[in-house]
Design a protein around this ligand. Structure first.
Ligand code: SF4
Length: 357
């Protein structure tokens, strides 16, 4: 049972304390009661819309970092297709395609620790050309960055910067040894200092405690995050982190609802692994989340356009897409265009790779 005091705090959007948040994740809290409480916040700011995002990788693999969950890490044995960064004209063409299909935001994801000065100059040039030619928002995910380099990107017109915290400070050394939680947090501060919107979230299922989850949610509030992807760890043979017990769908729903309670106005996204962890409860999770990734996750396959739209509409939500999905849905040719960025995704062998607890 959720206490009346806590219910009142959630509905009046009062900042939750760490103790409040832990209570919401505890076994005593009923998932449906919690989702029912956060649903009015979700509809207040986003009505019943579900914003759909498609990931677009601009460089894959060749990363010197050792994030144990990542198939692009230096120690990963997962057989992904690696490629160095796309050239400026390729990226411009993709941005133009995205714009012509009705996208309002174009996102570029680069593997690696962070961009060199030369890379920042390259990216600034690309961003400026995109902004000069197409009225489209630009989001970038290039890794750790200094305040000075973030300023160059801001001056070029960058709208949003993605850099996930992934897990809490105390859990961080169990998932990565080549950089620290503080490095990641500093990047968010550097981006924030230059008035670029922050997109940052976590990965659930890496052996973290409830306290770790709550710490991430509260830390993201401190840096004024606007967009929060909630990923769920996907094990592939060759991942350094290995197989871990799977977090139940019910718990995942409570985690998503917790993020909504702490971040009433943020875009909260069901990201990598939503199909594998939430399963049938994905539509329940949309009572708190207002956004999702479709068509897979950089290197791993996810549910396609038909399953995703079907799931959203069956549950009574509406599709709010970066691209005109209804047109794409009717066109096999444009479906190919939609999947072109993700042609090298790997498939999980089976859902049993994740062990339910
Ligand atoms: S820095 Fe990014 S690309 Fe490199 S291993 Fe970590 S998560 Fe993967």
């Amino acid at each position: 049972m959720i206490s009346n005091t806590l219910k009142q705090k959630i509905s009046s959007e009062t900042s939750l304390t760490k103790e409040d948040a832990l209570q919401l994740l505890s076994k005593n809290t009923d998932m449906i009661e919690l989702l029912t409480l956060t649903y009015p916040l979700r509809t207040k700011y986003f009505e019943k819309a579900v914003r759909i995002h498609i990931l677009n990788n601009s460089q894959n693999g060749y990363c010197p970092e050792d994030c144990h969950y990542c198939v692009q890490a230096k120690d990963s044995k997962v057989p992904i297709e690696k490629y160095t960064k796309k050239d400026e004209d390729q990226i411009l063409k993709e941005a133009e395609n995205a714009y012509k299909k009705g996208a309002y935001r174009y996102c570029m994801v680069f593997s690696g620790r962070g961009p060199s000065k030369k890379r920042v100059e390259f990216l600034s040039g690309v961003i400026k050309r995109i902004k000069d030619n197409f009225p489209i928002e630009v989001c970038l995910s290039p890794g750790l960055i200094s305040k000075e380099d973030a300023k160059l990107l801001a001056d070029a017109g960058l709208d949003r910067y993605n850099h996930n915290l992934n897990t809490s400070e105390s859990h961080y050394e169990k998932i990565c040894t080549t950089h620290t939680f503080k490095d990641r947090l500093d990047t968010l501060s550097n981006v924030n200092a230059n008035n670029i919107d922050i997109c940052s979230g976590m990965i659930v299922g890496m052996g973290e405690s409830d306290e770790d989850i709550v710490d991430v949610a509260i830390k993201l509030r401190d840096v004024n995050v606007k967009s929060i992807p909630i990923n769920f760890y996907l094990h592939m043979d060759g991942n350094k982190l290995g197989k871990l017990p799977k977090v139940s769908a019910e718990k995942c729903c409570k985690i998503v609802a917790l993020f909504r309670a702490i971040h009433p106005t943020a875009e909260i996204r069901l990201a990598a692994g939503r199909e594998h962890y939430l399963g049938e409860l994905q539509s329940m999770a949309l009572m708190a989340a207002n956004s999702l990734f479709m068509n897979g996750y950089l290197n791993i396959k996810g549910s396609d356009i038909y399953d995703t739209i079907g799931m959203i509409e069956t549950a009574g939500f509406t599709v709010d897409a970066d691209v005109d999905l209804y047109t794409l849905k009717a066109s096999a040719k444009t479906m190919d265009a939609l999947t072109q960025f993700n042609s090298t995704q790997l498939e999980l062998k089976s859902k049993e790779e994740l062990i339910p607890v």
